[in-house]
Design a protein around this ligand. Structure first.
Ligand SMILES: *Cc1c(COP(=O)(O)O)cnc(C)c1O
Length: 828
């Protein structure tokens, strides 16, 4: 099939008010939208009106590119990536689109001619917080790289009405506020009601004979809802191409409640509408055990079913038969949240499209691949059988059949090894029977990937060991990456400008090959000066924002020591706090102590149901309150908790950091991507050998990375020998002093025992081995404090860190997915 739309459309000119990129055209376009799209008088337009008019103006300039993608999607020769993810943490669109479309400067000028400031309009955008953290942000970076590499891609997810809660800090504690990001509308999305799908739930299945007399199975659901897609274009960097983010909203099916309506039960009909809309209502925060489970499984099935129906529709439009579906689509499962897709594709092919089981299975196996994101056993998804069967009765049967055939293959492979079969089974038969979603994804996926070398290795030795034993070739590693467009060009314009003056701008798209060219400049004193000025400027900007958001005054001439990420015990924010308390004790003992002045900056959300994480937030704030007030400490230590860490705030924080805290217990962080953003922006890392830290350290050079702590093997060893955290407390005076001060209520005079649950956990169990790593951490921090005093040397290392981060662009990750997993050729 060939689309002619592009030829019919008049080619853009610089001054065309609908698509031109000149200052005059952009200005005209903004005014047109104020008038024609919003029916506002310019004199009465609010800041939000101008922002919306500008957003439409920018969006208009993507539609030409969109047509290229529509053509690529319609071209049966080109394989499309379907990226299935329950989360996409895109961050604000406007600034990124201006950069990628190459119209930032002209837009700033056009806006200025209208008497406005572009920064005010950028600030107006509500960020779509449709993700919890790293996993959702990874999906967003991958959408950027897919577009920039010219790979036709559809990102499929859920258009949550409420994204991740926004965090306020009151009295040092997290308070959650609903994220009403759609309140003032969303100018970036295009509503596509004509592409709606229906999705079934519940009910039962039954046998029947079809018109050809064959025995078939029919699903008779007891609920039907509709999925309506909203498309958001994701622009490539300076290329005539975009990716499409297609998010689904749940709605009531018009006809379903008709009967209720007819017999006069109007309220029941309305009720139905409310219930249907609930499915895409809210994003669930991580670490929220048990509660809201039905709705979560319903969400997963809902968006996955819509996505697969949509892909099948696209494939059929290409004029191809379903038996070549795998030639049209490579579908990536971003963790197990979309793993139900395996059973759903089988159902669509076998039940709805009348395909033979074996053929359908071959296609399914070719289509899917699975990215694992966690080794934490509590985070591995499992659904109790009766509950699953109640919501998805047909899928339960399909999973039984997949499992039956799979286990037969296993038994042929290892006759008599029933232990192996039960360990591999998709059904966990122990205790409460449940479906292991990681097993479902691993049975079906032709590739299983971890997200950092260490993680992939541990994956194949621990949670998926038995799969690795029988299918070693399915396992590949694709180390995560982040996009230099958002995380350098957009968020750190001062650094980008300096880099451009030194090596041009090819690094933005060819990061791996180009960025290393700045390495020799580490030896150039003038360049080092410029480098420090950039960092100093970013620190001053962040200091201003910190003052605005928290009332704290921080000194941009102190070492900015930053830990921003979700709050979790395994990430060990409280180890960082133990360091602060240790320094505080040293100063109390010797008020004239000569120490390197530091500003400790924390940020991150705790899952609303995770009491210990919330207590850690309170701990940071309570310690900060005392330390910041103490006259003996003044000018030497400052502790701030930056509220509501999200992409928008991250864009201000990463560029201002000098020290990046990546201090998780070895073996717990799958990859991390924050570690990459920091390092690309010139922060040095203090870190354990965990996740991608290992590869970052190798890349930047061990001498340019502050390593501390137990390795994975040492952690396992210590558990094996019997870990007794209290011994570390008893034998280490400095540690004891810090812990005792916390126990004493010094930081919580209004409630002396406040931190007892946290401290008791450390002394009695310490599941994340803070006490075992404490001394190594303190020693490493002392080295850092000394190193920071030699600013020339520090700057040198900072430059080398950036120069050697080439591998960590998400462009490299996506190239690897294309080659090793999707078997896709790159486009433009
Ligand atoms: C990058 C990022 C994360 C992930 O940070 P890690 O340090 O890898 O845990 C989480 N949230 C936001 C907003 C991010 O930008």
């Amino acid at each position: 099939m060939k689309l002619e739309a592009k030829e019919d459309f008049p080619p853009a000119t610089e001054n065309d008010a609908r698509s031109g990129n000149s200052v005059a055209a952009i200005r005209k376009s903004i005014l047109d939208h104020i008038h024609f799209s919003q029916a506002r008088l310019p004199v009465m337009a609010t800041c939000n009106d101008w922002y919306v008019a500008l957003a439409y103006t920018v969006r208009d300039r993507m539609f030409g590119h969109w047509m290229n993608v529509v053509q690529a999607i319609a071209d049966p020769q080109r394989k499309i990536v379907g990226y299935l993810s329950a989360e996409f943490l895109m961050g604000p669109h406007l600034g990124n689109a201006l950069i990628n479309l190459g119209i930032h400067d002209n837009t700033r000028a056009a806006v200025a001619q209208l008497g406005l400031n572009l920064d005010d309009l950028l600030a107006q955008e509500e960020e779509p917080g449709l993700g919890n953290g790293g996993l959702g942000r990874l999906a967003a970076c991958y959408m950027d790289s897919l577009a920039t590499l010219g790979v036709p891609a559809l990102g499929y997810g859920i258009r949550y009405e409420f994204g991740i809660f926004s965090q306020e800090i009151r009295d040092g504690r997290q308070v959650e506020k609903t994220d009403k990001w759609l309140r003032l509308g969303n100018p970036w999305e295009i509503h596509r009601p004509e592409l709606s799908c229906t999705v079934n739930f519940g009910g039962r299945t039954e046998w029947f004979h079809d018109e050809r007399g064959r025995l078939r199975i029919r699903w008779i659901p007891n609920r039907v809802i509709k999925g309506v897609p909203y498309d958001t274009p994701i622009p490539a960097f300076r290329k005539d191409f975009i990716g499409i983010l297609r998010l689904w909203k749940s709605e009531a099916v018009e006809s379903f409640d008709f009967q209720a309506f007819n017999v006069g039960d109007y309220y029941k009909a309305v009720d139905e509408k409310v219930v249907s809309e609930t499915v895409s209502k809210v994003l669930y925060p991580n670490d929220e055990p048990e509660i809201g489970k039905t709705l979560r499984l319903a969400q997963q099935y809902f968006f996955v079913s819509c996505a697969l129906q949509d892909m099948i529709r696209v494939h059929l439009i290409r004029g191809k038969a379903l038996d070549t579906f795998h030639e049209s689509f490579a579908v990536q499962l971003n963790d197990t949240h979309p793993a139900i897709a395996v059973a759903e594709l089988m159902r669509l092919l076998v039940d709805e499209h009348d395909m033979d089981w074996c053929e359908a299975w071959t296609i399914t196996r070719n289509v899917f691949s699975y990215t694992n994101h966690t080794l934490l056993s509590e985070a591995l998804e499992k659904w109790p059988l009766p509950f699953f069967g109640h919501l998805l009765p047909r899928h339960l049967e399909i999973i039984y059949e997949i499992n039956h055939r799979f286990l037969e293959e296993v038994r042929r492979h290892a006759p008599g090894d029933d232990g192996l079969a039960s360990r591999l089974s998709i059904i966990d038969e122990g205790g409460q029977k449940s479906i292991r979603m990681a097993h479902l994804a691993s049975v079906a996926g032709h590739r299983i990937n971890g997200v950092a070398e260490l993680h992939t290795k541990l994956l194949s030795r621990t949670v998926l060991r038995d799969f690795h034993a029988i299918y070693p070739d399915r396992f590949v590693n694709v180390t995560n990456g982040v996009t230099p467009r958002r995380w350098m060009v957009l968020s750190n314009p001062k650094l980008a400008g300096l880099l451009e003056s030194a090596i041009g701008d090819r690094w933005i798209c060819r990061f791996e090959e180009e960025i290393e060219k700045i390495a020799p400049l580490a030896d150039d004193p003038a360049f080092r000066n410029h480098w420090r000025e950039v960092k100093r400027g970013n620190k001053a900007d962040l200091a201003g924002l910190i003052h605005e958001r928290t009332g704290n005054t921080v000194d941009p001439d102190t070492l900015f020591d930053v830990q921003v990420k979700r709050i979790h015990e395994y990430k060990r924010q409280h180890l960082n706090v133990l360091h602060i308390v240790t320094l505080y004790n040293r100063i109390r003992r010797n008020p004239n102590l000569d120490i390197t002045p530091r500003t400790f900056i924390f940020g991150g959300k705790a899952a609303p149901g995770y009491a210990m994480a919330k207590l850690i937030i309170k701990l940071i704030n309570d310690v900060g309150a005392v330390v910041n007030r103490d006259p003996d400490v003044a000018g030497r230590l400052k502790v701030v908790f930056f509220p509501n860490f999200n992409v928008k705030n991250g864009q201000m924080i990463y560029p201002a950091a000098e020290l990046s805290e990546q201090i998780s217990t070895a073996g717990k962080e799958a990859s991390g991507t924050g570690n990459m953003k920091f390092s690309m922006n010139g922060a040095l890392t203090i870190g354990t050998l965990d996740g991608a830290n290992v590869e970052i350290r190798e890349a930047v050079g061990p001498e340019n990375f502050f390593l501390f702590g137990l390795t994975v093997d040492q952690v396992n060893d210590l558990w094996g020998r019997g870990y007794n955290p209290r011994r570390y407390y008893e034998e280490n005076a400095q540690l004891r002093e810090a812990v005792d001060l916390l126990y004493s209520g010094h930081f919580s005079p209004d409630h002396q025992a406040r931190f007892v649950p946290l401290l008791d956990t450390l002394l009695n169990h310490d599941p994340y081995m803070l006490l075992a790593d404490y001394q190594a951490y303190i020693d490493c921090q002392d080295q850092i404090a000394a190193a920071y005093r030699d600013q020339e040397h520090w700057t040198r290392i900072s430059i080398l860190n950036v120069a050697r981060m080439g591998r960590f662009s998400s462009d490299r990750s996506i190239r690897e997915y294309c080659k090793d997993i999707w078997r896709i050729r790159q486009g433009v």
